[in-house]
Design a protein around this ligand. Structure first.
Ligand SMILES: [Zn+2]
Length: 153
């Protein structure tokens, strides 16, 4: 395993699959990938979403709290960015290779491709972002926040 230490404490960038890392290091690459696949960033087994974009409060397998996520409107921005580049480049490519393509073909393909790609990528982007937030212990994903919630003596 080759890991690159970044400036965040207890965070290692890696794509290696491994055991749950809730209390120790949280691998950014692994968390991104697990979230991208709609899985819990902690165990990689439990489903992150109980409906299309609705995030489970807790992982159904390991119990990791997922309600701390604050994806907000970042996933749509990222989806638009990616889909826009794919569809825009594809339109230019087709126009370049087949300049006499009928306009009805363009009307049939590009809106449909845009809708399919957007609806497919949106939960993937949201999952990856939540995995990223979890790995960086953003918002309530921090163990320290858990400790602060505990009653003081
Ligand atoms: Zn889990």
């Amino acid at each position: 395993m080759k890991a690159v230490q970044v400036s965040y404490p207890n965070v290692v960038m890696s794509n290696d699959a491994g055991a749950p890392t809730s209390r120790g290091e949280r691998k950014i690459g692994q968390s991104l990938w697990r979230g991208f696949r709609g899985r819990c960033p902690n165990c990689g087994q439990g489903k992150m979403f109980y409906r299309y974009l609705k995030v489970n409060d807790k992982c159904p397998v390991c119990g990791e709290e997922l309600f701390h996520q604050r994806a907000d409107d970042a996933p749509p921005y990222m989806t638009i960015f990616v889909v826009g580049h794919i569809v825009g480049a594809s339109m230019l490519f087709v126009e370049e290779k087949w300049p006499d393509a009928p306009i009805s073909l363009h009307i049939a393909i590009w809106p449909l491709l845009t809708i399919i790609l957007s609806l497919t990528l949106l939960p993937m982007m949201k999952g990856a972002l939540i995995g990223y937030q979890w790995a960086l212990r953003m918002h309530g994903f921090d163990d320290a926040a858990e400790a602060e919630k505990a009653p003081a003596e």
